[in-house]
Design a protein around this ligand. Structure first.
Ligand SMILES: Nc1ncnc2c1ncn2[C@@H]1O[C@H](COP(=O)(O)OP(=O)(O)OP(=O)(O)O)[C@@H](O)[C@H]1O
Length: 224
């Protein structure tokens, strides 16, 4: 579905090193790594937002629809939620259905700034889904949410993935425990410049514990 042949990315100093891997339909990847290592940079490259990276570094993207949930909601603040969704191609009915799917039934006429952080993030998720993505990119979707909100959003995303088995996902997180709920594959980005130190499948019970144990040993932000 997607082949990454990224030679690197620097911002005056090297940030990303070589990243060579593939992503298949149904891959659910949690991307972990220390703060500031280059996780968002990698997502931006994969999404095609980094124009300094040649197009042939991400082979297959031109055939894919990509939904990107940024750390900020990036909804147009002067448009209602319905209008934000219609802007990316949803019909009136689809916009209503999507809002209902993310628990925002009846909020279509609200402006983004009238929503709480958690609601705005769910509205942004609805906009991602409106493009019927083959690949969903989530950049720290649970950051700054209280545990109840974060748990609800995790359940919601897990349900969306279940309903779309062909959809691939890459979710940046600092919480290795998220992988237990959402992922079948773990990427661990580290080094200067940063490379994928691990690119492991998370298929069997027990393997995830082993990986999380290794992460804990590396003193990362993982649950105790
Ligand atoms: N547009 C830019 N200009 C200059 N430096 C940048 C730019 N974007 C990112 N960087 C630098 O690249 C490095 C990686 O940033 P990035 O946001 O990708 O890290 P991250 O792993 O996502 O961090 P966090 O976990 O804290 O969100 C950082 O040192 C950052 O300062």
């Amino acid at each position: 579905m997607l082949e990454l042949r990224i030679a690197g990315r620097d911002f005056g100093q090297p940030v990303l090193g070589e990243v060579f891997t593939t992503i298949a339909p149904g891959d659910r990847i949690c991307l972990l790594g220390p703060s500031g290592i280059g996780k968002t940079t990698l997502l931006n490259v994969i999404a095609g937002l980094d124009r300094s990276i040649p197009d042939d570094a991400v082979i297959g993207r031109d055939r894919l629809r990509v939904g990107y949930l940024f750390q900020e909601h990036r909804l147009l603040p002067w448009r209602t939620l319905n209008a934000n969704l219609r802007l990316v191609g949803a019909t009136e009915q689809e916009a209503e259905n999507l809002l209902s799917q993310v628990g925002l039934s009846g909020y279509g006429h609200y402006l983004p700034d009238q929503l709480s952080l958690g609601m705005a993030r769910r509205a942004a998720l609805a906009r991602c889904l409106a493009v019927k993505p083959d690949l969903l990119l989530l950049d720290e979707p649970f950051a700054s949410l209280d545990p109840v909100m974060a748990g609800g959003l995790k359940k919601l995303i897990a349900g969306i993935l279940d309903a779309h088995p062909e959809m691939a996902m890459i979710c940046v997180t600092h919480d290795g425990g998220d992988a237990e709920i959402l992922a079948n594959r773990l990427w661990y980005l580290d080094g200067k410049p940063a490379r994928l130190q691990w690119d492991d499948a998370v298929g069997e019970a027990g393997l995830i514990d082993g990986l999380l144990g290794r992460l804990r040993n590396l003193d990362l932000a993982c649950p105790p």
